[in-house]
Design a protein around this ligand. Structure first.
Ligand code: SF4
Length: 329
């Protein structure tokens, strides 16, 4: 590992200034992904700015919106009473997203910024990786690609976005709060991420001297039902092969409102507007769910290693919709 400077601050603006002063500096929060990548030689910041003491640890409900500080841990958010009562899709995504040890270290801001698990990206001895070295190619397209993406993917990069929480939050229209050097801004999570086919080397719209300070989650109507289904090779400590975050409001057998996020398939947390379009106003039946699943995966781009994900993602979404709606026929 490359030697680095370490500095700690308790002031958010000071943290941003320290970042702005040094293009090789990087913020450090829970460190559950970042330190692995530093040990592997993929990341080599000259300076780490420890932000764990910034005043960004609160969860606060204001009316029908939940405000979550960027340094709230995954475990703290999963245990929050509003999340338990009104946001089961978020709670399930958090609990299925990591082991309890990781959930107690990993922060919400860090979770949204976690890097891909692509094995070629994480191995600096592999020369072909457009994400690490723009223009070098993509080893995954012709290599083992079981854990890679099929939506927002192309020959340039098929790296999967690994966050479960982000899949639930894009479905809920969450908004990210960002602090920059001279101003703060808000970005809808659906506009926060970039797909790998448009920019393999850049995964989101965050600039170097910007910090995520919090996330705003609009609460769904009390009558809404939601859930997160994760399909994986083993039942714990494993990333999604496919997953679905679903929220439905069903009235008299008709779907009044539908939100769908997909994980394990996209180069970013995938919001399926196609599925929502099919579902909204339609009868809550298995036939409708099958149509929604078909629409969702229509634009999939596969390589031999990822082709199995298309039918699996369809089945995952249908099962999630049946579970949340209670429709078994
Ligand atoms: Fe690199 Fe993306 Fe290809 Fe993985 S999928 S090797 S991250 S370019």
């Amino acid at each position: 590992m490359r030697a680095f400077d370490y500095v700690r601050t308790t002031d958010t603006r000071e943290a941003v200034r320290l970042l702005a002063d040094d293009p090789e500096a990087s913020p450090l929060a829970g460190g559950t992904t970042q330190l692995d990548l530093m040990k592997d030689g993929v990341l080599a910041p000259a300076r780490l700015i420890d932000i764990t003491r910034l005043p960004l640890h609160d969860i606060e409900r204001r009316g029908e919106t939940l405000h979550v500080g960027a340094l709230v841990t995954m475990e703290e958010l999963a245990a929050d009473s509003t999340v338990t009562e009104r946001l089961p899709v978020v709670r399930e995504a958090l609990l299925l997203g990591a082991s309890v040890q990781l959930r107690n270290m990993a922060t919400i801001g860090g979770n949204l910024l976690q890097r891909t698990r692509c094995r070629y990206f994480r191995d600096p001895t592999v020369g072909e990786c457009n994400k690490r070295t723009p223009g070098s190619g993509c080893a995954a397209v012709r290599g083992a690609a079981r854990m890679h993406a099929v939506l927002g993917a192309s020959e340039r990069c098929i790296a999967l976005h690994a966050s479960d929480l982000a899949v639930a939050l894009v479905a809920l229209d969450a908004v990210v709060h960002v602090q920059g050097l001279s101003q703060s801004r808000t970005v809808p999570l659906t506009e926060f991420y970039l797909t790998a086919d448009e920019s393999p080397q850049r995964e989101n719209v965050l600039e170097h001297a910007e910090l995520i300070t919090g996330v705003e989650i609009p609460l769904p109507p009390p009558v809404a039902r939601s859930g997160y289904l994760k399909v994986r090779d083993r039942m714990s400590y494993e990333f999604a092969l496919t997953s679905a975050a679903v929220l439905l409001v069903v009235d008299g057998g008709t779907i009044d409102q539908a939100r769908v996020g997909l994980g394990g398939v996209g180069t970013k947390p995938w919001r399926s507007y196609e599925a929502e379009h099919v579902l909204t106003g339609a009868p809550a039946t298995r036939a409708t769910f099958l149509d929604a699943a078909e629409a969702t995966m229509r634009d999939a781009w596969t390589v031999p290693g990822t082709a199995f994900k298309v039918p699996l993602a369809r089945r995952t979404l249908v099962r999630a919709l049946r579970t949340v709606s209670g429709v078994t026929a």
